[in-house]
Design a protein around this ligand. Structure first.
Ligand SMILES: Cc1cc2nc3c(=O)[nH]c(=O)nc-3n(C[C@H](O)[C@H](O)[C@H](O)COP(=O)(O)O)c2cc1C
Length: 183
């Protein structure tokens, strides 16, 4: 349920600069796992991610993600050109994995998940229980081609994955618009 207005969001979360993000990127991406949420109002959807990173792209603080092209969340990221990343304390691992366990295309997972959705001042949807939230705007979507891989291991990996055409992935790049930590 979305029940918190902008003022309440700012009571719960404090804005920080990207340079002040307290965690290292490998922990955030590979252990905490971001929950990506895209869409507006009643039509939003979340998925869990484990690939990606953060850094500078064309002088902008940026994030990048690796997303299978059939994900409903990716469709909404492209439609709205914006999304949030929510990072949760360990006690919410069950919910984080739940959002990565089934698609919003054929389930009511956003109603079932035991989390409270809240709008961010940037107009994205995120979650009250998150400890870190990053608002992003879409800068680039790039398809990933098996022929572009260079090492033997990475070629073998992508060839295996791409045997199923549903597994084709895209790199999604986004500019960091705002970063919030729980007060
Ligand atoms: C820990 C974890 C990490 C995941 N990482 C990714 C990822 O980086 N890219 C991706 O496309 N799917 C990833 N998934 C799978 C999606 O989160 C999952 O398929 C999700 O149900 C897609 O939801 P949607 O179709 O509603 O957008 C991950 C799942 C889990 C549990």
């Amino acid at each position: 349920m979305i029940d918190i207005d902008k003022e309440k969001f700012c009571e719960l979360f404090k804005e920080i600069k990207p340079e002040e993000i307290p965690d290292d990127v490998f922990t955030l991406v590979g252990k905490v796992f971001p929950v990506i949420t895209a869409g507006k109002g009643g039509e939003f959807n979340s998925m869990t991610a484990s690939g990606g990173g953060m850094g500078l792209l064309f002088r902008k603080h940026s994030v990048w993600l690796v997303i299978q092209q059939g994900r409903l969340t990716l469709e909404l990221m492209k439609k709205e050109q914006s999304w949030s990343l929510s990072y949760f304390p360990d006690e919410y691992k069950k919910q984080v994995f739940f959002l990565g366990s089934k698609s919003g295309r054929d389930s009511d997972k956003m109603k079932e998940v035991e989390l409270t959705a809240i709008p961010t001042p940037a107009g994205n949807i995120a979650f009250k229980e998150a400890r870190l939230i990053i608002d992003c705007k879409l800068t680039q979507v790039t398809s990933i081609y098996a022929d572009d891989f260079c090492t033997k291991e990475s070629k073998a990996y992508i060839d295996e994955v791409y045997k199923d055409p549903n597994e084709l992935r895209q790199y999604v790049f986004g500019e960091i618009v705002s970063v919030w930590v729980k007060k």
